[in-house]
Ligand binder design. Sequence first.
Ligand SMILES: [Zn+2]
Ligand SMILES: [Zn+2]
Length: 349
Amino acid sequence: MEGKMRVGLTPKIRTIEYEVRDIPKPKPNEVLVKILHVGVCGSDLHFYEFGHHGTAEAKFPMVLGHESAGKVVEAGSAVKGLKVGDKIALEPGIPCGKCEFCRGGRYNLCPDVYFMACPGIEGSFAEYMTWPEEMCFKLPDKMDTIEGAMIEPLNVGLHTARMSEAKPGKTATILGSGCIGLCTLLSLKASGVAEIYVVDVIEKRLNKAKALGATAVINAKQTDGIAKALELTGGRGTDIVVDSAGTLQTAQQTVALLKRGGIITLVGMSNEPLIPLDLATTLEKEGRVQTLFRYCNLYPAGIDLVSSGFIPVKEIVTDYYNFNNLQEGLNFNLDNKTDVVKMVIEFDD
Ligand SMILES: [Zn+2]
Ligand SMILES: [Zn+2]
């Protein structure tokens, strides 16, 4: 496809500049995608606000954005399963396919993954991009590209539920009800976990958690969150405890909330390299503590769960901004963190 497109570059913090480029040509194994929706992730905002995320330093100018969906406008000569007009979700990481982790089925651990919007790699705040067919997943007719973009964070929730051995009869507590906490809530529910407590300090997020089916929500600003959660579980805690907030305090709180024999999963990426955990208490409970990194092999499952109505992922989204106002949107998100639960950028079709 001939023509020009705009790319939303971040040349320095809190800034977007549009660069006009030629629309790229797909290689034989790639499709050219007209991007239609991109979710704004905490990692994008970290690079955008501070110039780093965890230990990763930004390499400005950067193109941020990795939670993306759009439609195929051109297919490379070797593309078999997708055609022009298909709506797709883009899995943002292209693993090497050769290392022991890729071959072992845990490609999220691939050290050579090419992942959108990591320093040195361009993301999807662009009108068009090319992407390999095997990392593009066709959306059924009844799903839109907002839901398609939300499959990416949803996968973190599904991976959390899977790693936490979620199943009917288990109980759970989630610390933090931002996008990932809410995706975890929906994933645990879809896995059969009926009793789920959600703790946060932001009322708007808690209201969302309640609306999405949390058994009870606890505002830890107004009350002792641990005491309240324990009271609600008859002092026993829950089988599954997830920290999606990624703070020193919430990571440490997981131990007190854990039922004997349960599993703690740390999902939130902490800026603290050292988190002292009460392992003596964890040991007495025969508790398991685990971390997780991104997800793997979950795009098809996420799409099925959303299209079948099991997971109303779009209800997490609270704010939409057009790509034409990208800087305004991202800055609004930064300046209204307690009010924006999840922002999605929409592109003109
Ligand atoms: Zn993300
Ligand atoms: Zn690999």
